[in-house]
Write a protein that binds this ligand. Sequence first.
Ligand SMILES: [Zn+2]
Length: 69
Amino acid sequence: MAMDPVCGKEMDEAAARVETGQTRYGATEVDPQRGTRQFHDGKWYYFCSLECRSKFMAQPGAYLGQDAG
Ligand SMILES: [Zn+2]
């Protein structure tokens, strides 16, 4: 079980993968009702909502316990 690094909610990564396929253009399709994910620094992170993903992308280091930049 993956954890949303922003709010701490447990996410089912298998379900998120199913719901967030790749389009033919390579952009990630997201369904905000089922959670979403983001590829960052070599791995996938899972989020319960686009709001959480936006917060994470704005300052990923703050949520990963790393120094930003
Ligand atoms: Zn969340």
